[in-house]
Ligand binder design. Structure first.
Ligand code: NAP
Length: 282
């Protein structure tokens, strides 16, 4: 990454632009177009995963944009299906991702979910080796609880820089966040718009009106008000791209941040994976 135009967060050697484009459920030509538009507009961070079945389209969008590979941060994730977490399968899967994306390296390679079937003593060293071989610049995890991370760290000889987890105004994550802060791991907020739920919240709408901005921008600005967080809102609609990116400039008052901070509720979580979800921390 060079000459980044918006803020970055650092962890280990990683320099991660604070706002990335999520691509889950972006498919086909729509995905190619939105990735192309995003990169040309100034997005410097794209998030995909093998499980999204769109790495090829993300790769085509990157190619179409003409933006040089070292100008943006690219993340993909390895899914635990078919025991891919066995070391050799994991390495083969990572190589397939690079081929699909049309790149020699990603900036961040994540284990998408913890998986009890294959021990972290096997998967984490394999991930570390991929970093040493240059296939990824950094490694991280996703949907890991504190116990998972403590175990993962035992087997990692390079920094785990990110835990990508659900985070938005309706979910707490206080315990996880303070653990991550203490271990210099960034919290990467997925579903940062609560998959659309933030648009209907009265407090968020009121704050948005006062600033003449959108509820999406309020949610993103609230997340990014803590400098240990990153957010990756998804849109397939090019009309939503600029507004989401502009949220990095929005400053909310202490009072507004506090009001939004009180919206967390016990049923606020949107994503559960029946086969893989760990026991969540709050
Ligand atoms: P999200 O970003 O919270 O919300 C996406 C929804 O908001 C879409 O319906 C999108 O519709 C809409 N939207 C976005 N910007 C908008 C705007 N400015 N105005 C109005 N509507 C807007 O949900 P998400 O896709 O679950 O999460 C984001 C990303 O996080 C994913 O794409 C993926 O990359 C990652 N993720 C990771 C995991 C994991 O297990 N690691 C799990 C879930 C998600 P349009 O497309 O029409 O704009």
């Amino acid at each position: 990454m060079s000459n980044t135009r918006y803020n970055i967060r650092t962890a280990g050697q990683a320099k991660i632009p604070v706002l990335g484009l999520g691509t889950w459920q972006s498919t086909g030509q729509e995905c190619i177009n939105v990735v192309n538009e995003a990169l040309k507009m100034g997005y410097e961070h794209i998030d995909t995963a093998q499980a999204y079945d769109n790495e090829k389209e993300v790769g085509q969008g990157i190619k179409k944009s003409g933006v040089a590979r070292d100008k943006f941060f690219l993340t993909t994730k390895i899914f635990p299906d078919d025991m891919k977490f066995e070391p050799e399968k994991l390495k083969a899967a990572a190589k397939r991702s690079l081929e699909n994306l049309g790149t020699d390296y990603v900036d961040l390679l994540l284990l998408h979910w913890p998986d009890d079937r294959v021990p972290l003593s096997e998967t984490i060293p394999a991930l570390c080796e991929l970093q040493k071989q240059g296939l990824t610049r950094n490694i991280g995890v996703s949907n890991f609880n504190i116990a998972n991370i403590i175990e993962a760290k035992k087997y990692a000889d390079v920094p785990i820089v990110v835990n990508q987890v659900e985070f938005h105004p309706f979910i707490k994550q206080h315990t996880l966040q303070s653990f991550l802060n203490n271990h210099h791991i960034l919290l990467e907020a997925y579903s940062p718009l609560a998959r659309g739920d933030v648009f209907d919240n009265e407090i968020i709408k009121e704050i948005a009106e006062q600033h003449n901005i959108t509820p999406a921008q309020v949610s993103l600005a609230w997340i990014l008000s803590d400098n240990k967080r990153i957010a990756i809102p998804k849109t397939s609609n090019p009309d939503h791209l600029q507004g989401n990116l502009d949220a990095v400039e929005v400053q909310l008052s202490a009072d507004e941040l506090e009001k939004i901070g009180k919206l967390a509720r016990s049923d606020g979580r949107k994503i559960e994976h029946p086969d893989y979800s760990p026991e969540w921390d709050d």
